[in-house]
Every structure is written in C-alpha cells, then in structure tokens.
Ligand binder design. Sequence first.
Ligand SMILES: *Cc1c(COP(=O)(O)O)cnc(C)c1O
Length: 225
Amino acid sequence: MSVKQNLENIRGKIKSTCEKVNRNESDITIIAVTKYVSNDRAKEAISAGVTHLGENRDEGFREKWATIQEAATWHFIGTLQTRKVKNIINEIDYIHSLDRLSLAKEINNRANSEVKCFVQVNVSQEDSKHGLNPNDVLTFMKDLHSYPNIKVVGLMTMAPFTDDEAIIRECFRSLKKLQLDVQALNLTYAPCTELSMGMSNDYTIAIEEGATFIRIGSALVGEDS
Ligand SMILES: *Cc1c(COP(=O)(O)O)cnc(C)c1O
C-alpha cells in the first residue's frame, strides 16, 4: 500500500479513537518512523503530508536528513550513545531517549541552543528496555536544572511486547500519572506537556490514555504493510 493510503487509514483510526475518548485530533502528532525504509519511501511520507520523521540511529538520521532536511521536523527515538550526540545534535528537533545525566550533560555541552527532550521511562521495567525506573524520574527531573540547554517537553515509553491490551494500557496510564507528578514540580525547564507513546500495534490505546506524539513505523511506511 502507498504511504498515502496507510496515512488515511491511520488518520481514520485516530479520528474515531479521539471521538471515543473526547479528545481533539489536532493534539496528536504522527511521527513516521523511517528507520527500516529507503530515502524514497521517507520522501513519499512527506509528499503524503507527514511532517514529522523519526530515526533511531545517528547514521540513519544523517542519511535521511541529507536529502530531506528542513522539509521535516526530526525526532531521534533510539538509544543515544553519549559519543554520538555530536552527530545529530544541531540538526535534530526532538530527542525521545534522555535517560541519564551523562547524556544530559553531553547534550547540554554540544547544543547551540535549547533542545526539546523527552525523558524515556522504562515503565514496564523489562531488562531489555532502556529508560529510567519510574521511581527515579522526579529526582532526575530536579537534577536537570544544571543543564540549561535541556528542555523536557514530555515523557516517552515503549509498551511491553504482549498481546494483552490491559498490560499495554496500564503502562501508558502509568506514564500519564508520572507526567502529572512531573508537572506538579513546576520546573520551568520541564513543562512536560507531551507524551510520546504508541507504535503501529498500540497507538489507539496510547491515544485513549493521553498520547500526544505517536511513533509509527511499519503500519505507515512499511514497504509491505
Ligand atoms: C521502531 C520504533 C518505533 C516504530 O515501530 P513500529 O512498530 O514499526 O510502528 C517506535 N518507537 C521506537 C522507539 C522504535 O524504535
């Protein structure tokens, strides 16, 4: 299917989900995750009307960025090694994987201006996943005051790999609760108004639970979806 058809499908589901839970469609931003697809397929997404693209590796990001540049708003959604920060920092618009102070320090030192970051939380506490333990998030937020180039726009998580919708929903719901706790800290550098959660298989649940950025790869740009 063309990206355009996939996008229409997804927008339809976003619309019906928003109606169901009384949310506004315009509060949901679709990030097309292009990590497994060609430059041409990424450009097809832009032509179809997608304006936000996500990549999870610095090489992949640089390759796509070289051809698409300002035509998209760019999201880095993968684990970010500290030594790779310099390869992306002054082109990327959002980083979704801030999960340690050493990374905050490097971002702060390398960035020419404020960088919009999501703090990644390992809500499900699976060993395989990166992100902060939920219990450490509030302390981490306070510690970020030393890094003026970091702005925490929101929290990000990945749901566990399971078909059990209740478990997925509980994960997203916990992230929403944590967001409210962060907001209650009233930190000027951490307004935390956004929630980055939901992928191809679970974005409707994520929207029901408050997602504002959904990260969709296979269902949107997958070559054979
Ligand atoms: C790959 C990836 C996605 C998109 O996954 P799909 O299941 O293909 O939609 C979203 N978020 C992160 C962090 C990813 O690495």
